[in-house]
Design a protein around this ligand. Structure first.
Ligand code: FBP
Length: 343
C-alpha cells in the first residue's frame, strides 16, 4: 500500500509540469502553456495513428508532391491535418506554417487570432514510415511581430534566438515529447494506459563524452574537403579523439534524440548531389532551428558549419541549411575544419 502511494506521488503529468513552469513567470497569461498542451494532444492523436499504421490503411503514398518536391505520405498528410485542426480554433495563434505547405496556413476567419505563431514538420523521417522505423513531429513557437490580425510572413522569418518554445514528439518504441521554453530540456513519455505524457527525463544534458556520429556516409564523395577531413576526425583517424560509433536511422528526430541522451553529433552537410539544394536537405525553420534551440539548452551547439544556426536570419519560409548538431566541442571542430579547408 505504502509503495503504491509513493509511486503515485512521483507522477508528474505534462500539464502539471507546464503549470509549474508558468508559475516561475508572474507575467505569464497561460496562453503558451495551453498552446504546448494542444501540441501534446496532437502528439497523442498522431501517436495513436502511427502505432496502428500497418493495420489502418494509412501506410503508403498519396499521389501529391509537396513544396519540397517529395511524394506526400498518407500518414504525413494525416499528421499535418491533426496539427492544424488542433490549433486553428484556440485563439492562441496568429497563423501557422507547415513543412508540407508552400504558404502560411491562416487561422480560419471564424476563429480569433492570438499572439504566437507555430511552425511544424508534421512527420519527420517520412522515408521510414512504411518500414516501422521511428519518426517524429517537430514544432517551433515564436511570438508574433505584427500587432494583430492574421499573421504575416515577417512573423515567421525570425532567427532561432527568438524562439519561445521548441520540441519534438518521437514515435518510437514508446512515444516521447521533448521540449524547452528556454529553461532546460525536459522529456515526457506517453503512458498509453492513462493516455497522458508523464515526466521521465527532466533537465536533459548532453553527456560530456560523446558516443556516436550520425550521418548518411553514402553521400561522402559529395561533401567538401573540410567535412571529409572532419569525418576522419570523428573516426579517430588523427587520434585527437577516440573513434565514435556510427548510428544513422535516417529520421532526424530519432538520430538527434539518441545523441541528446548518449552524446554525439548528427550532421547533414551541404553536398553537390542536387544543384537545386546546394545547402543540403534540411529546413532551417522546421528542423534545424528548433533542434538547435534544444541542443543549446542541453549544453550542446548547432552550426551550419560557419555560424550558429540560432543566429541565421531566415530569408524564405522553406530555406535549407547544412546542419551540424550535438556536443559543443564536436560541432566547433567542424567549424575549424571548414575554416581550414573550405574557402
Ligand atoms: P522529411 O522531413 O521530409 O522526412 O525529411 C527529412 C529527413 O527524412 C530527416 O528526418 C533525415 O535526417 C533525412 O531526411 C534523411 O535524408 P537521407 O535519406 O538523404 O539521408
Amino acid at each position: 500500500m505504502q509503495t503504491e502511494l509513493g509511486d503515485l506521488v512521483e507522477i508528474t503529468t505534462i500539464e502539471r509540469f507546464f503549470l509549474l513552469g508558468q508559475k516561475q513567470h508572474p507575467e505569464a497569461t497561460g496562453v503558451l502553456t495551453n498552446l504546448l498542451y494542444d501540441i501534446a494532444l496532437a502528439g497523442k492523436v498522431i501517436s495513436s495513428k502511427t502505432n496502428r499504421a500497418g493495420l489502418a490503411e494509412i501506410l503508403g503514398r498519396t499521389d501529391e508532391i509537396n513544396i519540397q518536391g517529395e511524394v506526400v505520405q498518407k500518414l504525413d498528410q494525416l499528421a499535418d491535418l491533426v496539427m492544424y485542426r488542433l490549433n486553428d480554433h484556440t485563439g492562441r495563434l496568429a497563423a501557422m506554417a507547415s513543412e508540407e505547405h508552400e504558404d502560411l496556413l491562416p487561422i480560419p476567419k471564424k476563429f480569433p487570432t492570438g499572439k504566437y505563431i507555430l511552425l511544424f514538420d508534421p512527420l519527420d523521417g517520412s522515408s521510414n514510415i512504411d518500414f516501422n522505423m521511428p519518426i517524429g513531429t517537430i514544432f517551433a513557437v515564436y511570438q508574433r511581430l505584427t500587432p494583430s490580425g492574421p499573421g504575416q510572413l515577417v512573423d515567421f522569418l525570425q532567427p532561432g534566438r527568438k524562439l519561445v518554445a521548441a520540441g519534438y514528439i518521437l514515435y518510437g518504441s514508446s512515444t516521447m515529447l521533448v521540449y524547452s521554453t528556454g529553461e532546460g530540456v525536459h522529456g515526457f513519455t506517453l503512458d498509453p494506459s492513462v493516455g497522458e505524457f508523464l515526466l521521465s527525463h527532466p533537465f536533459i544534458r548532453i553527456p560530456e563524452v560523446p558516443a556516436y556520429f550520425s550521418v548518411n556516409l553514402g553521400y561522402r564523395k559529395n561533401w567538401s574537403e573540410g567535412v571529409d577531413h572532419y569525418t576522419d576526425y570523428l573516426q579517430g583517424e588523427n587520434r585527437e579523439i577516440k573513434a565514435l560509433s556510427l548510428r544513422y536511422v535516417g529520421s532526424l528526430v530519432a538520430d538527434f534524440h539518441r545523441n541528446l541522451l548518449a552524446g554525439g553529433v548528427f550532421y547533414y552537410p551541404a553536398d553537390t548531389i542536387d544543384p537545386n539544394k546546394p545547402q543540403g536537405k534540411l529546413r532551417l525553420l522546421y528542423e534545424a532551428a528548433p533542434l538547435a534551440f534544444l541542443a543549446e539548452q542541453a549544453g550542446g551547439y548547432a552550426s551550419n558549419g560557419r555560424m550558429s544556426i540560432l543566429d541565421i536570419q531566415p530569408e524564405t519560409l522553406h530555406q535549407r541549411t547544412p546542419l551540424f548538431v550535438g556536443n559543443k566541442f564536436l560541432v566547433e571542430k567542424v567549424e575549424e575544419y571548414i575554416r581550414r579547408y573550405d574557402t
